[in-house]
Write a protein that binds this ligand. Structure first.
Ligand SMILES: Cc1cc2nc3c(=O)[nH]c(=O)nc-3n(C[C@H](O)[C@H](O)[C@H](O)COP(=O)(O)OP(=O)(O)OC[C@H]3O[C@@H](n4cnc5c(N)ncnc54)[C@H](O)[C@@H]3O)c2cc1C
Length: 510
């Protein structure tokens, strides 16, 4: 008799894992994690992501072991997916291959097509089951919200009671996929994910709405679940259910819990946005490589090395921008507002190509999730044609979000002695003060690489003239109908009236 192969990808858990449950009910299981060297050579991958995954795999190995009465259970292999599957098929005979659907990058998209072709040729059924609230094969957005709600409302599945494992040799996984200095990364594993979920829902959520915009406060105020959702140590459905359960508990406590309930509702909206943006990449895989709207296709095509490098290393001469970039490099995480600002600064003020900007950021994020990432990069770079254009004033952001300059001083030690009065624009300090505070502009800390106000004006001008033409507007309208999120009212309305209805809070609609 053949075996059931469960291929773990971005779903490194045994709970709420439909493929594992289904396979365990059919017969002997080979739980497989494949390290694909070619994937880790792609320009959006990095060591910090791999390190997180390795930590998740160690725990997964033990969890599968427990389900089968062994110490460990995960089978690890190294190589090309089709070659490894063929080898296993030759040795054991695969009755069925099970996995979750993956909305990954272009490389995994092509790899999955190859695996599907191989499975068809070999007569092996390949079952890919949904997990992210993404609907495969969906053309427009009609009915998407209802489908999402129906999916996440189903109760999460328990881990299978018992899994009968196949004896199969493991291959050693590499410890490193490349150089990457990230001294304070988030750590992987389901236990850590569960701790974060619990501490967020029961305590940290109180600071969520007020703290999420500030890069210093967001570290504790936000859930920090993003890498756990990205690599699936927790499922979307588990997080939604835990959130709803906590919301009900708080609602039962009466009016004094109202602010917490509102915070949890805002959190759940973001979980829906996650699926919304993943759906966008699922429906439009070209999003990773081509601008969604062609209006700016011939602009920002040339990378200017000294500008790009200054941004990428946190040496633009704008302290708040530099502090954010340095924090991201050192920790692998930064909050939403600062991700948006870093992208916008590179693409608008420095007028750098959005794809190169997106790749650099993807490598820096431990939680890199292609669907959210490329949708957001295009939104913040102004290439969707359907999103509000946000050109951040980086000095105003600095004053608003870090009034005393403490965050800047933490990440930009060159400015440690510069007082709040000058820290947002140290280049305005007279020479005597530069000497006094031990920070000579152009020597100890860079002179601004551009004049941010003039650069923002120039970008605004170029954007508005590109999107103002009747042709560009017509394309935007089409894109709105196909890919924008809809309010519940818009879902129920006719296509014509949808054009007038307001779009969702992530600021879609020019
Ligand atoms: C340019 C840019 C690139 C981004 N790239 C990624 C990425 O690669 N991976 C990633 O997980 N998030 C990405 N985000 C979205 C967001 O910044 C992060 O999800 C969030 O900061 C993660 O921290 P958290 O888990 O504490 O968030 P919380 O605020 O606690 O949110 C909970 C979860 O909701 C989802 N979420 C939150 N905000 C958004 C959003 N705006 N859009 C879609 N889903 C959201 C995430 O899964 C997140 O874990 C990006 C945002 C921008 C502007």
């Amino acid at each position: 008799m053949g075996i059931q192969v469960v291929w773990f990808k971005r779903d490194l858990r045994v709970h709420d894992h439909a493929p594992l449950r289904e396979a365990a009910g059919q017969g002997r299981v080979l739980p497989l994690y494949l390290f694909e060297p070619e994937l880790w050579r792609q320009p959006d991958t990095s060591q910090r992501q791999w390190r997180f995954i390795r930590e998740c795999l160690q725990e997964l190995d033990l969890e599968i072991g427990k389900l089968s009465g062994r110490r460990k259970g995960l089978v690890t292999r190294v190589g090309d997916a089709v070659e490894v599957l063929e080898q296993i098929h030759q040795q054991c005979g695969i009755d069925a291959l099970w996995a979750h659907q993956e909305t990954g990058n272009g490389w995994t998209f092509e790899r999955d097509k190859r695996v599907r072709r191989w499975a068809r040729r070999r007569g092996v059924p390949f079952h890919e089951l949904p997990q992210d609230g993404v609907i495969r094969g969906l053309q427009g957005r009609d009915g998407w919200r209802e489908a999402w709600s129906a999916f996440v409302s189903q109760p999460p599945l328990p881990a299978p009671g018992r899994v009968e494992l196949v004896d199969a040799p493991c291959e050693q996984l590499p410890t490193s996929v490349g150089e990457d200095r990230c001294p304070y990364p988030q750590h992987g594993g389901r236990a850590r994910g569960l701790e974060l979920l619990y501490s967020f829902l029961h305590s940290r959520v109180s600071g969520y709405l007020r703290g999420m915009s500030s890069p210093a406060r967001a570290v504790h105020a936000c859930s920090r679940l993003s890498p756990h959702l990205a690599y699936g140590t927790l499922s979307l459905r588990e997080v939604v259910h835990a959130t709803r359960q906590r919301t009900e508990e708080l609602q039962a406590q009466g009016d004094r819990s109202e602010p917490l309930v509102r915070a949890l509702q805002a959190f759940e909206s973001r979980l829906r946005w996650r699926s919304h943006f993943m759906q966008r990449l699922e429906s439009l895989p070209s999003l990773e490589f081509e601008p969604m709207h062609p209006a700016l296709a011939n602009e920002r095509t040339t990378l200017v090395p000294h500008l790009f490098e200054a941004w990428a290393t946190g040496r633009t001469g704008y302290p708040f921008v530099d502090a954010c970039m340095r924090m991201l490099r050192a920790t692998g995480w930064i909050n939403f507002r600062m991700r948006a600002m870093l992208t916008a600064f590179a693409c608008y003020h420095l007028w750098q190509p959005w794809r190169e900007v997106g790749l650099h950021l993807a490598r820096l994020y431990v939680d890199y999730e292609p669907g959210i990432h490329w949708s957001q990069v295009q939104m913040q770079a102004g290439t969707t044609g359907i999103s509000a254009l946000r050109i951040y004033n980086v000095v105003k952001q600095s004053i608003e979000l870090d009034p005393q300059g403490k965050f800047i001083q933490q990440w930009v030690p060159e400015l440690r002695k510069v007082p709040a009065e000058w820290i947002h624009e140290p280049y305005r300090m007279p020479l005597s003060l530069q000497e006094e505070y031990g920070c000579r502009i152009g020597v100890d800390y860079p002179t601004p690489v551009v004049d941010h106000e003039a650069a923002a004006r120039a970008a605004r001008q170029r954007l508005f003239s590109a999107y103002r033409t009747p042709e560009a507007r017509a394309i935007s309208e089409e894109l709105l109908l196909r890919h924008a999120s809809r309010s519940p009212r818009a879902e129920r309305s006719s296509p014509q009236s949808r054009r007038q209805l307001s779009l969702f809070a992530e600021g879609e609609g020019l």
